[in-house]
Every structure is written in structure tokens, then in C-alpha cells.
Design a protein. Structure first.
Length: 86
């Protein structure tokens, strides 16, 4: 079974929670916004895949905020070389 859902919630306040599993249902990821609620019923391994994908994406967009350690090392080496020459 294949189903696709799409909702643009950007710019809106959301509430996110995970309802624990019951004897009859797996954990449920709920994303609630002003106009409704999206629920994803998934087992813990699937929730871990969702978490990994989100974390990987967020780390990718934050990469540019953090200076590259190799660039810092090269700058320090170049400064040390220039001080040694002067």
C-alpha cells in the first residue's frame, strides 16, 4: 500500500509528541498544528530512521555556521609561518 500526504506547516506553531505503544498499537508520532493533526504509526526502528533523517538534514544546514576545523588549522599554520619569517 502506498499513500502520500503533503502539508505545508512552515511558519506555523506546531506541537510534537510521541505517544507510547499500547498492547494493540505501535508508538505514534503526532504533529499537531492549527488546522489539524498528522499521526504516524511506526515501530521504534522506523522512528529511529525518521530521527536520523531529520538530524542528518539539520546537521547539514548547520555546517556552514560552524567554522571548518581544517581551515582553522591552515590559518594557524600560515600565521605561525609568517611570524617565523618576520
Amino acid at each position: 500500500m502506498s499513500t502520500a500526504f503533503s502539508a505545508d506547516i512552515s511558519g506555523q506553531r506546531i506541537e510534537v509528541e510521541i505517544q507510547p505503544p499500547t498492547h494493540y498499537a505501535p508508538p505514534v508520532l503526532s504533529i499537531r498544528q492549527q488546522t489539524g493533526t498528522f499521526q504516524l504509526h511506526a515501530d521504534p526502528d522506523q522512528l529511529a530512521e525518521v530521527e536520523y533523517a531529520i538530524r542528518t538534514y539539520l546537521e547539514g544546514i548547520r555546517y556552514h555556521e560552524t567554522p571548518d576545523q581544517q581551515i582553522i588549522l591552515h590559518a594557524e599554520c600560515n600565521a605561525a609561518i609568517e611570524e617565523g619569517i618576520a
